[in-house]
Design a protein around this ligand. Sequence first.
Ligand SMILES: Nc1ncnc2c1ncn2[C@@H]1O[C@H](COP(=O)(O)OP(=O)(O)OP(=O)(O)O)[C@@H](O)[C@H]1O
Length: 610
Amino acid sequence: MARGRLNSSSKAEAELPKAKINTQSLRNVGKLLSYIKPYRIKFAGGLTFLVISSLVGLAFPGFFGALIDASQGVKRFGFIPADLKKIGEVAIVVLFLQGFVSYFRITWFVQVAERSLAAIRRDTYFKLITLPMNFFANRRVGELNSRISADLSQIQEVLTTTFAEIIRQVIILVGGITLLVIISWKLTIALLVILPVLIVIAIVFGKFIRGISREAQDQLAESNTIVEETLQGIANVKAFVNEAFEAGRYDKTLQRVVTIAVKGAKYRGMFGAFIVFCLFGTVFSEIWYGSYLVSIHDKGLTFGQLTNFIVYAAFISAAMGSLPDLYANLQKAVGASERVLEILGETGEDVSINASENEIKQTIHGNLSFSDVHFAYPSRSELTVLNGISFDAKAGQRVAIVGPSGSGKSTTAALILQFYHPQSGTILFDGRPADEFALTDIRNQVAIVPQDVLLFGGTIMENIAYGKLNATKEEIIQAAKRANADQFITSFPEAYETVVGERGVKLSGGQRQRIAIARALLKNPAILILDEATSSLDSESERLVQEALEELMKGRTSIIIAHRLSTIREADKIIVLEKGNIIENGTHQELVANEQGLYRYLSQLQYDVQ
Ligand SMILES: Nc1ncnc2c1ncn2[C@@H]1O[C@H](COP(=O)(O)OP(=O)(O)OP(=O)(O)O)[C@@H](O)[C@H]1O
């Protein structure tokens, strides 16, 4: 499973799929071009300079011919004298202008592309993080990540380079052929008969060889996966004494890489021989025929014209050779744009990109009710997860939700946070339906201490401040003290500046939980959801976490998703869920009194009922 996933992502990175270019797909891409609009003047300037620099680039070899002819006393163009010095002076002015135009063309294009791309990146990222949870249920993170990296980089390449290159090469191709015809139509016909055939063969052959090297790359990725897997699970490999097995497995894939690479090398060699023979053969034949035309003085060519011809022929062969790759790049960018547009077209949640607009407008005091809530996850609509749930939590009360795994406890929490919306029934805050509140008002006044606390790569200080971004240092330290976290934090040499997360210090489960509690304390919510960790902590850590939780729960409505029943005896109300139904409801004392009840049974499993 893991291997398949890793492979497919490395393949995706190697080659983005191409899309068909038609009016519909171009119209779609046109929508992304609206990001260029603010910079349209620069873009138009860049385009104009591009056309000028391409035309000048095309005209420049004319000087070579003129120089050679002038050296032999032949005057090529009426407007350029047959004087080496004068030709040199004109050429320097043209070169200077060309440099000037090229500089602005490149910097302007890159400026426009970088700025518009940053705007597209920002919008895509913002859209992604404000999309409803359900969107993420159906997609893999890796896939979404590639939208922001690979797809947008492809669009960027087209905007910065490919687009300009296509225009330049087309101008060179059309202009070059026209000039060739003017110089010598006989040589041009000879060239145009051979060149396209050669180029088509070269492209087809090149594609075939690329296919083989991609196959070798995929195979190599497969072998890298083995290394990754075994190193990650090295303890397993050693425990089962499977070193020899893994080495054999790795060796087998390496052999396959070598076989494919050797096969590729054979074709590559043939390709090289073909290029040497045919391409140089063509060049030789052209020069041979050209020299013959020069030798028959009356209807023939001048030396300068032959030189020009050779240079232009090189230009147009390069243009013909590069266009297929450029076109393929364009196709990939069209595909990438369509995928990015798909995300931009999704409907996001009602969250503003301006933090000031997300501030609390309506205060919630902490009364929470579920009224006949029915819910099924949109991605699995056939499975009813909550089947008519109704309960009340008055402001300041502690309500515990217990029940077997899969009974719908976490789903209830997700609904309180408005991650999903019930198909029927209502969730009420202070007696008013949730949809009468701004989404951000609800989420700003509900905090969750999750089972598995995710710390971001950054300092402990920053991680606690995630609960209130504008918190002062004193507030953060105060929250950490109340969460029983200050002591362990200050025991690190860098205290609050200690970097945690993937590249930093690893914190224990209990320490991470206390950071999460400090975060929630800073947020100071009216309603608190505690998703109790399933894995138990050692008793000292447990005591510290429990104390911190007591501090956190003070004075606010707390919904406790409990796995260990010992922690909820003092709850004002315990709701017992089974398969999405509330089957029991009452205080600990009331529920253990029910001899046939599920709660009593679950309690007996964990400890003796008292
Ligand atoms: N994102 C989701 N998409 C589809 N189905 C889901 C999703 N999350 C949970 N479910 C399903 O909903 C049901 C209830 O899951 P939920 O996580 O609410 O149970 P739980 O009581 O919290 O379980 P546990 O104690 O194991 O955490 C399960 O059948 C689960 O498979």
